[in-house]
Write a protein that binds this ligand. Sequence first.
Ligand code: FAD
Length: 415
Amino acid sequence: MKTHYQVLIIGGGTAGIMTAAQLLKKEHKMEIGLIEPSETHYYQPAWTLVGAGTYDFDKTAKPMADVIPKGVDWIRDYARKFDPANNSVSTKSGTTYTYDYLVVAPGLAYDMDLVPGLREAMDKGVVCSNYTDPKHTWEVVRNFKGGTALFTQPTTTIKCGGAPQKIMYLAESYFRKSGVRKDTTVLFATPGTVIFGIPEIKKTLMEVVDRKDINLRFGYQLVKIDAEKQIAWYRFADHEKEYNHKDVKTEKDGDLTGIHYDLLHTAPPSVAPEFIRKSILVNEAGWLDVDKHTMQHRKYQNIFGLGDVAGLPTAKTGAAIRKQVPIVVDNILLLKERSQIGSMSYNGYSSCPLVTDYGKMVLAEFDYDNNFTPDPKLKQMFISDSSKESWRLWMLKKYGLPYLYWNKMLKGKAV
Ligand SMILES: Cc1cc2nc3c(=O)[nH]c(=O)nc-3n(C[C@H](O)[C@H](O)[C@H](O)COP(=O)(O)OP(=O)(O)OC[C@H]3O[C@@H](n4cnc5c(N)ncnc54)[C@H](O)[C@@H]3O)c2cc1C
């Protein structure tokens, strides 16, 4: 059994597969081992559409065996422990693998226990999440008969920060179609201070909020869920404020405020996977400690980290990974050839395709400084201003991006 690889990759998600594919494209004979326990690879961005009944869940999944590039050894196991001084990683089954270069990309993990009551409530009855079971979200949205539809998110970092509001815009449209909108209050309770941090995008989203008559509540920190009584409990941050107030049934318990819901959608609290948090590779916040421009580990030069697990001050998305991978690949190849990394620098690019209605989307693209940085290629699609709602952008989300993902990105081709 082979136990040494030139490049050992942990995680066969978006980041791990793209890195393996691009490395092999540049160096066909590279010996790559990929530790990945799951039999299925998911295209998670389409789960937003699954939750709104406009995308088939089965189309978001492919057998892992089909997406792992030929030539890569698939190690069907969980990475468990790092020993960077000896360039080795051991797995759940007890095997130890050594490497010349290590790429850490196991994504993030959900920690339901950070919000007491959430574990019991999640994906049951009227509580749903596109993050964990988008098919259940669609059931809940479809069967909703009116009342308070509460969309919320935890205080932790989450992947694709816009996803909790995307499903709200689509659900609100569906409530109009199903005839329950007049009996419904749509409420978005977020720990944040604004609807979106990029001014150009915020402007459009506030117009959407007005059009859809949504009550926004900022500075709402979700602390517990009472599934039996259907109450979400919040503590207020200092910046607590409201926009477009609606009366909904609330409760008080000391400094906590409870909102009664008839539908609750939330993202789960998210953390780095436990074996990462317990390792010596993390920063103070518990995420993989990598340089924000090179993705090289800040202590161990032959370790790189990217994707959701990386402690980078930008939004955790597949779009961000698209820009991170070429830098990691370039750095590994240069380190191997010349013993030093290259000069490519990641500027924090990330993107959030905010669907605002069935058939409408706004595309937020931005960098570390929250500058709006639209891709010039959008012009080829006749999209002159991606901060405005557009049908063409919706088509890109529903058809273009999934195609590019499966056929280009995962195959290591430039997009
Ligand atoms: C509802 C939703 C909507 C989203 N919308 C968008 C969007 O519109 N646009 C966008 O760009 N992004 C979006 N994202 C985010 C995007 O899907 C993620 O950022 C991306 O998948 C992260 O890739 P990753 O490789 O870091 O992690 P993942 O793709 O999650 O993969 C991690 C892999 O590591 C494996 N793993 C875990 N533990 C171990 C271990 N111990 N050993 C070995 N392997 C392990 C897992 O099995 C998994 O296969 C969305 C996500 C969700 C949930």
